[in-house]
Design a protein around this ligand. Structure first.
Ligand code: ATP
Ligand code: MG
Length: 414
C-alpha cells in the first residue's frame, strides 16, 4: 500500500495498532508483565532493599536492561508495600552534582533550595553553606497556614544530608550515575549510603550505571562495600529474548517463522534493545500490509529500517571504519567474523577460525593482524580496542549486533 500523504496514513495505522507499546526499543520497560527473564535479579534487588542497612548498586554494559530492571524492582517494592514511604527516581546527566541529586528527597521533607546558589558558594570555596527556605511541619503539612523560615543548609555534605534523610522511609532510585562528570560526587553518594546504613535508616538507595566494575561508580570508596550489594547485570539469555519476540508478536496476532525468530535472537546477542527494534520494524510492516506472518524477506525489509533507526554513534563508527578502505569486502568479512566471536574479548586465532568456518577464508595471522590494526583508530573512534597483544574487543559492545543487522540483511537480499 502507499504510505499516504507524507506517510501519515501509515503512521495512523501503526499508532492505532499499539505496536509501539509492545515493542519499545527506545524506552525502558515500565510494566511489570513486560519485563522478561529477570526474575532472579528482581527478587535479589527486592531482598537487598528489604534487608536492614543494605542498598543496591546495579551496573553493567550499555543497553543490557539496567533501567528496566531497576524501575520494575522499584515499582514492585512500592506496589507490594515491601517498604512503605516515599519513592523517588532521579536520572542523572552531565549537569548534575551530589546536591542536585539529593534535592528531590530533601524537598519532600520541606527543604527547598536554589541550585544556582550552591554552584556560587562552591566556586567561592565558601564551604557550600547556603540559605534555604524550610517549610515548618514538612512539605506535606496539612496545616493551612504554612510557616516558613530561612536556615543555613549544606546539601553538598553527605553527613548533613544523611542527618536530614535518615528518618525518612522509602526508596530512591538514582539512574545513570556514570553520567556525573565529577568523581567526587559519586564518592559523596557512596558516603551517603554508608552513613544511612550506619544509622540503620529505612531510606534505601538503588544506584544504577554503566560500568565494568562496581567501584567505578562509587569512585573506589573503601568502606561502602559491606552495605552496598553490587549486582552485575549480564546480557539477556537467548530464551528470554525469544520470549520477547514470541509474546510480543502473539499480542499483535502475528506469527514469525522459526528461522526469523532464531535470526533475531542471534542478531540481538543478549541486547534486548535490538530484539525490540527488529521486532518493531517487522510488526509495523506486517500491520501496514495486513499480513499475519513474518518470513525471511520481511525480515530483510525490517532490518533495512532498523539499521536506519540505529543509534548515530554506532552508524558513524561503522561507516568511518570502512570509509577509505581499498578492499571493503574483506574488511566486512573480518567485522562479521569478529561479531560472531565470543564476547567480550577475542584472540586473533579465534578470529581466523571464524573466518575459515563462516567464509572459508584462510588468511595468515600477520595479515589479519594488519587489518585489525587499521580498524583501531585512536582517540576512541575505532570499532575495536586492543586489550593486549593479539587480544581485541569491540569498543562498543553493541557493535556486533549492529554489524549482524547490516550483514544479515545483505545476505538475505543476495
Ligand atoms: N527484561 C526485559 N524484558 C524485555 N525487554 C527489556 C528487558 N530489559 C530491557 N528491555 C528493553 O531493552 C531496551 C534497553 O533497556 P534499558 O533502557 O533498560 O537498558 P539500559 O541498560 O538501562 O540502557 P542504557 O545503558 O542505555 O541506560 C529497552 O528497549 C527495553 O524496553
Ligand atoms: Mg538506562
Amino acid at each position: 500500500m502507499s504510505n499516504g500523504l507524507f506517510g501519515i496514513e501509515r503512521e495512523t495505522i501503526i499508532s492505532n495498532s499499539k505496536v509501539r507499546d509492545i515493542f519499545t526499543p527506545f524506552s525502558p520497560i515500565d510494566i511489570v508483565e513486560n519485563l522478561l527473564g529477570r526474575e532472579k535479579e528482581v527478587s535479589q534487588i527486592v531482598g537487598v532493599i528489604n534487608s536492614p542497612g543494605q542498598h543496591v548498586l546495579l551496573y553493567g554494559d550499555r543497553g543490557v536492561g539496567k533501567t528496566s530492571l531497576a524501575i520494575i524492582s522499584h515499582l514492585l517494592i512500592k506496589n507490594m508495600k515491601i517498604i512503605r514511604g516515599k519513592f523517588f527516581i532521579k536520572r542523572c546527566c552531565s549537569d548534575d552534582s551530589f546536591a542536585s541529586i539529593v534535592q528531590y528527597p530533601l524537598k519532600s521533607i520541606g527543604i527547598d533550595y536554589e541550585l544556582s546558589e550552591i554552584t556560587e558558594s562552591h566556586t567561592q570555596g565558601g564551604g557550600a553553606k547556603i540559605k534555604a527556605v524550610i517549610a515548618e511541619g514538612g512539605a506535606n503539612s496539612k496545616r493551612t497556614r504554612s510557616c516558613k523560615r530561612v536556615v543555613e543548609i549544606n546539601p553538598s555534605s553527605p553527613a548533613w544530608v544523611s542527618e536530614r534523610l535518615k528518618d525518612l522511609k522509602g526508596v530512591f532510585l538514582i539512574d545513570e550515575i556514570d553520567a556525573l562528570p565529577r568523581k567526587n560526587d559519586k564518592k559523596r553518594i557512596a558516603e551517603l549510603i554508608k552513613l544511612l546504613s550506619d544509622s540503620r535508616s529505612q531510606f534505601k538507595l538503588i544506584v544504577v550505571g554503566i560500568a565494568d566494575t562496581g567501584d567505578e561508580l562509587t569512585a573506589g570508596h573503601p568502606s561502602v562495600e559491606r552495605c552496598l550489594k553490587e549486582t552485575h547485570l549480564a546480557r539477556m539469555e537467548d530464551v528470554a529474548l525469544r520470549n520477547i519476540i514470541v509474546e510480543g508478536m502473539k499480542k499483535l496476532q502475528i506469527t514469525p517463522t522459526e528461522k526469523v525468530i532464531d535470526t533475531i535472537v542471534d542478531i540481538s546477542a543478549g541486547y534486548p534493545h535490538f530484539t525490540h527494534l527488529v521486532c518493531l520494524k517487522c510488526a509495523e510492516n506486517a500491520i501496514v500490509s495486513k499480513k499475519r506472518t513474518v518470513n525471511m524477506p520481511d525480515l530483510e525489509e525490517a532490518l533495512k529500517d532498523a539499521v536506519k533507526e540505529s543509534e548515530g554513534a554506532l552508524k558513524r563508527r561503522f561507516e568511518s571504519t570502512l570509509r577509505g578502505t581499498k578492499n571493503e569486502a574483506e574488511y566486512r568479512c573480518i567485522l562479521l567474523a569478529a561479531a560472531h566471536c565470543s564476547i567480550p574479548e577475542f584472540t586473533l586465532s579465534a578470529l581466523r577460525s571464524k573466518l575459515l568456518d563462516r567464509f572459508n577464508i584462510n588468511i595468515p595471522q600477520r595479515v589479519v593482524s594488519r587489518y585489525m590494526s587499521n580498524m583501531i583508530v585512536y582517540r576512541g573512534k575505532g570499532v575495536f580496542d586492543r586489550v593486549s597483544k593479539g587480544v581485541y574487543r569491540f569498543s562498543d559492545p553493541r557493535m556486533p549486533s549492529f554489524i549482524k543487522m547490516i550483514e544479515v540483511q545483505r545476505s538475505i537480499a543476495q
